[in-house]
Write a protein that binds this ligand. Sequence first.
Ligand SMILES: [Zn+2]
Ligand SMILES: [Zn+2]
Length: 269
Amino acid sequence: MSQPKIKVKQQDAATLAAGYSKTFRVVEIASIIIFWALSLALAVKVSVHFSAHPVLILAAVFFGYVAADFVSGLVHWLGDTWGSTDMPILGAALIRPFREHHVDEKAITRHDYIETNGANCMISVPVAAMALFVPIEPASNAYWLQLFGVTSMGAMIFWVMLTNQIHKWSHMDTPPALVGLLQRWHVILPVKHHQVHHTAPFEKYYCITCGWLNWPLTKIGFYRHAERLITAVTGALPRRDDIGIDAALAIAPGSSEPAAPTLPVTKAS
Ligand SMILES: [Zn+2]
Ligand SMILES: [Zn+2]
C-alpha cells in the first residue's frame, strides 16, 4: 500500500518574523529584570541551608533540571500544537515564535538575549514568586520537604529560563567549545537529537532542555494521548495552524490515514 501524498503547508517566515512587536519586547525586558531579582532572593533563601544539607539541595537542583526538561516539552507541545497566530494577544506574543521556528529554524540564532530569554522569564516569574512565599523552617516537621520543594522549584525555573538559550545553541553551526562538549555528552540538548523534532510533521521530541525525557514520553505516547483528550473535549484539531488542515487531519491521533514519517513541506504566503 502506497503512502498518502500529504503536504505540510506552513506560514510565511518573513510575516511571522515581523510579528515580534515592540510592546512585547518591553514586557520581555520587564520579565527578565523581575525574574533575576526573584531568583537572587530565592538563591539567598536556600543558600543559608546549604552547609547543613548539601546533598538534599544538590538532589533538588538535579530534580529541577529533569522537571524543566518535562516543562520545556509540555510548553513546546502546547505552542506547536494548539491555537493560531490570529488569536488575540497570545497569538502574536506566544504562538508566533513556535510557528516561526518551524519555518526558519536558524532565526533563533539571530535573536538577541532579550528575544531569546524574555518569554521563558515571563512564564517563570509566577513560580519564583510562589517559591518565595513557601517558608523553610528548621524547627518544622516538614523542613526537609520545604527545603527540597523550594530548591527544586527555584532550580526548575532557572533551567526553564536557560532552556531557550540551550535550544539556541543546538541550532548554532559553531557553538562555544564548552557548549559543544556538553551537547556531545548529552548534558544539554544535543544537535542531532533535536533535529528529530525538526523533521516534518514536527510531532515528537518536544523536550529541549536536556532532551532526556523525549524517548520515554514518545514510548508511552504521552502527547498523542493528551491530543486525543483535548480533541475529545474541545473539538480542536492538533497542528492545524502549524502544518495546514490536510496534513493535520492525516496525522491526527485516531485518524484512519497512516502517518507518514517525513512529509514534503510547502510554504504558504
Ligand atoms: Zn517545535
Ligand atoms: Zn529547534
